[in-house]
Design a protein around this ligand. Sequence first.
Ligand SMILES: NC(=O)c1ccc[n+]([C@@H]2O[C@H](COP(=O)([O-])OP(=O)(O)OC[C@H]3O[C@@H](n4cnc5c(N)ncnc54)[C@H](OP(=O)(O)O)[C@@H]3O)[C@@H](O)[C@H]2O)c1
Length: 272
Amino acid sequence: MVSWLVTGSNRGIGLGFIRKLSADPNNIVFAVTRNKSTSSDLLELESRLKNVHVLQADITDVPSLRNIATEVGKVTGGTLDVLVNNGAYLPQERADYTLDMYDGKEDLLDEDFGNFFKVNTLGVIKTINVFLPLLRKASQTSLAKIITISSGAGDSEFVVNTAFDSVAAYSVSKAAVNMVTAKYAARFKGENLLFLSISPGLVNTHPEIPEEVVLESLRPIITKFQTSYPEWDGKPLTPEQSVTTVLDIVSRLTTKDSGASLTHNGGTKDWL
Ligand SMILES: NC(=O)c1ccc[n+]([C@@H]2O[C@H](COP(=O)([O-])OP(=O)(O)OC[C@H]3O[C@@H](n4cnc5c(N)ncnc54)[C@H](OP(=O)(O)O)[C@@H]3O)[C@@H](O)[C@H]2O)c1
């Protein structure tokens, strides 16, 4: 059995991971949500499938993470094979913000960067630290993996090539989490632990909204991306398509890949 824990799993890409992973009876899947009682999709899966366990934690809150680590340990005998750091803060309010727009709004600058870093960067560090003992125990018998879902928004070359100047605070928090991956890879080099950042691609996480409405809201960004990636069809992936490609890459990783930041296509430049 392979044990997986996915944060931010009650919707979007995280729920896609849980659906895909739980379909394989060889997996034990720990689905982490901030509010178990309202996570109806997860509760439905848990009621139907023996290999799904729904746990409640906020990745910024270490006591809540320690509680679920204890719960995971009780099921697995103190190990965890794969941690997927998927949960993230991505509100739409400041999606169009470029860095210069914060001039004269320094309180907002401090607040935004604080909020994005607290979840997307520091929350990932807290989660990894809490689960390291379980991951290291798993690494005594097989390669334990720490997968952090990052974004092309955090890649300097992609940002410059596509003139992707908006979602500034989010992008910087994702660039920072790529360095978090590299630092852990450096720290545990030589151990049977693999740290990877991987972008899921552009994913439509709003199945409830008609596709044309989603595409229209993303039009400015899609147009920018297509200028540099003319061969891209401009269609966001479904969560299922995204997690299928990500999991395929994850299944092929070796310790040589530790510390890398990859795209969902498995490379370092093919972001779309
Ligand atoms: N969608 C894309 O096109 C895209 C592109 C590039 C990268 N990504 C990355 O892919 C991952 C998933 O994105 P998504 O589009 O599926 O996002 P989403 O639909 O907005 O879901 C985000 C998830 O993170 C959880 N979360 C937020 N703050 C948290 C916290 N403090 N502790 C624990 N969980 C928290 C949310 O929980 P609640 O439901 O309780 O709020 C939710 O489950 C993120 O890391 C994102 O940066 C997405």
